[in-house]
Design a protein around this ligand. Structure first.
Ligand code: SAH
Length: 254
């Protein structure tokens, strides 16, 4: 059996209990060494075989998994954050399916949640934005044309942009071409939840210069939107006047 496990955004104690239990039981661990905190492997059992996938191809990863299956071993494939986002797990799952190898997925805390915690921000504020766009700039991996940054920027909802720290000049141009004003609040969160985390607040038009000044070139998320600063409406859920399934609203509330 193969378990795909979300490692969380960085801090060793931000993996799920289920994920950590799987790591404790694993005979083989294949971890994404470019971003996964190696400290997570401290719980592994004696004799556990460890592979760093940063130095491996898909074929090599699959070969380790298949050999493990032949020997009836339990394998954990450890991916950064939550594996469903930019995790390249579909191609692994489909290859396992073809060979009739069972697998499951244990979710993880994505880095976009780690970044919200670092910013002490709620991405969905009443009257400001009720949507979060998770996307990236096209780099060596293309992005479908209909999903351009500019087209998402038109909505002026909260945006969290992955994998784009090397393209901030282009990113800020696209955000402004789509409709965000130069003054829209923005943030760069470097290594959210790691000990060397950095939170840099700026505006859409100063993203590139802010990253340059702090020497941030990778492992960062870009957060854009008015939720980072400004006015918002109070939530209905906790408004005394609002009736919910669990609580009767009163006339006095507003
Ligand atoms: N599956 C992961 C994302 C993998 S893509 C997740 O759910 O978070 C790798 C990109 O994620 C990095 O280039 C960076 O943009 C972002 N990232 C991953 N960990 C991060 C962290 N701790 N802080 C900021 N950005 C992070």
């Amino acid at each position: 059996m193969i378990h795909f496990v979300g490692a969380g955004p960085g801090a060793k104690d931000l993996i799920t209990v289920r994920g950590q239990n799987l790591l404790k039981e694993a005979d083989i661990i294949i971890y994404a060494g470019s971003l996964v905190n190696p400290g997570l492997l401290d719980v592994k059992k004696k004799g556990c075989e460890v592979h760093n996938s940063a130095k491996m191809t898909l074929e090599e990863v699959l070969s380790v998994m298949v050999q493990g299956e032949v020997k009836k071993k339990m394998t954990v494939r450890l991916h950064t954050g939550d594996p469903s986002l930019y995790g390249a797990i579909q191609e692994q799952m489909d290859a396992l399916e073809k060979q009739d190898i069972s697998y499951d997925v244990c979710p993880g805390v994505s880095s976009f949640c780690g970044a919200a915690a670092a910013l002490q921000t709620e991405y969905t504020l009443p009257l400001v934005s009720q949507s979060v766009v998770i996307t990236r700039m096209a780099g060596r991996t293309p992005v479908p044309e209909r999903e351009s940054i500019q087209s998402f920027a038109v909505h002026q909802s909260t945006m969290v942009i992955f994998l784009s720290t090397g393209l901030l000049e282009e990113l800020q141009e696209e955000l402004m071409a789509g409709g965000y004003s130069a003054k829209t609040p923005a943030a760069i969160v470097y290594k959210a939840t790691w000990p060397d985390e950095k939170v840099l607040r700026c505006t859409v038009s100063t993203l590139a210069q802010t990253a340059r000044a702090e020497g941030v070139v990778k492992t960062a998320l870009i957060v854009v939107g008015d939720v980072l600063d400004g006015e918002y409406g109070r939530s209905e859920l906790y408004n005394p006047a609002f009736t919910t399934e669990f609580r009767q609203g009163t006339k006095e509330g507003k």
